[in-house]
Ligand binder design. Structure first.
Ligand code: NDP
Length: 294
């Protein structure tokens, strides 16, 4: 059994990005600039956004953090997005989700210019992904593929089973694995809450991706001997032994499943760290795409 180490892999990826940025700047270009919009003070969102800003510094990007109170109106948010869309010094930006209930998330996502949509959630970018032309791909699925690539795990012709069909993880990762992409060309089965005989299907997986949000849902009897298991799940579970009062659990019962696997991602330290690194990679890609168009 080998561990897919997201911390080490994301550090290597960030070092590559930093080297590329330094080369661009040395050649007289400018560093990529990522902006993040944060609404309200939800603890998890604040942590995620702060980590994104920190990562920008690590890879040599410029970053801007734009904060709005929970009471911000949809119009105010849309006005800021219009401004960022038009600002030539901004290469990409994200609106940290979830947003307060009075704001239509779909409308916000669709108002971001596709070429600056470094989260890859805009229908234009999702459509391009489905057509085998994805460039700005959602960061978590892209991070999974990056790990498969860096560990040289074969995908072609293998059976990948994806449990979960969300727009941010399950659907895009199944498109990447099934498409004519590097580390694609799998035969993919997508499972969800209405799937019958789930263990029977997951046991067929050469590559099993769990993106469910239910701690330790995938048990040892659901996994084939020698499988590669990717655990996307991050659930905060109350834990009095921890200073912060909670611990993070994945969707896979790691201790029982790991001995059966050829490769497995731990939680924490697996897919999670890859996500922010891929956001950095998307921002660099967004800058290059816009420059190529000029
Ligand atoms: P969603 O809640 O949007 O989707 C969960 C999916 O799991 C749905 O498709 C749902 O099916 C399916 N599901 C739920 N229960 C079952 C069940 N009993 N059997 C089979 N399928 C089931 O979650 P996300 O995709 O946004 O996130 C999934 C997990 O990944 C969460 O823990 C989240 O925190 C984590 N995450 C981690 C990231 C990272 O950076 N590591 C990034 C993003 C997410 P249905 O569609 O039928 O409801």
């Amino acid at each position: 059994m080998k561990i897919l180490d997201g911390k080490a892999t994301s550090a290597a990826l960030k070092a590559d990005i930093r080297a590329e940025v330094e080369a661009i700047v040395a050649a007289g270009g400018r560093a990529p600039h990522l902006a993040a919009i944060l609404v309200g003070d939800n603890g998890a969102s604040v942590t995620y956004v702060n980590n994104k800003v920190k990562s920008c510094h690590e890879v040599g990007f410029k970053s801007s953090l734009i904060k709005f109170p929970e009471s911000v109106t949809e119009e105010e948010l849309l006005a800021k997005i219009t401004e960022l869309n038009a600002d030539p010094t901004i290469d990409g930006f994200i609106v940290q989700l979830p947003l307060p209930r009075h704001i239509n998330e779909q409308l916000i996502t669709e108002s971001i210019a596709p070429e600056k949509d470094v989260d890859g959630f805009h229908p234009v970018n999702m459509g391009a992904l489905a057509l085998g032309q994805g460039q700005l791909v959602p960061a978590t699925p892209a991070g999974i593929i990056e790990m498969l690539e860096r560990y040289d795990i074969p995908t072609e012709g293998r059976h990948a089973v994806v449990v979960g069909r969300s727009n941010i993880v399950g659907i895009p990762v199944s498109l990447l694995l099934s498409g004519k992409y590097k580390k694609g060309n799998c035969t993919v089965t997508i499972c969800h809450s209405k799937t019958q005989n789930l263990p029977e299907i997951t046991r067929q997986a050469d590559i099993l991706v769990a993106a469910i949000g239910v701690p330790h849902f995938i048990t040892a009897d659901m996994v084939k001997e020698g499988a590669t298991v990717i655990d996307v799940g991050i659930t905060r579970v109350a834990d009095e032994s921890k200073k912060c009062g909670f611990s993070i659990k994945g969707d896979v019962d790691y201790d029982a499943v790991a001995p059966k696997c050829e490769y497995i991602t731990p939680v924490p330290g697996g897919v999670g760290p890859m996500t922010i690194a891929m956001l950095m990679k998307n921002t660099l890609t967004a800058m290059k795409i816009r420059q190529d168009k000029k």
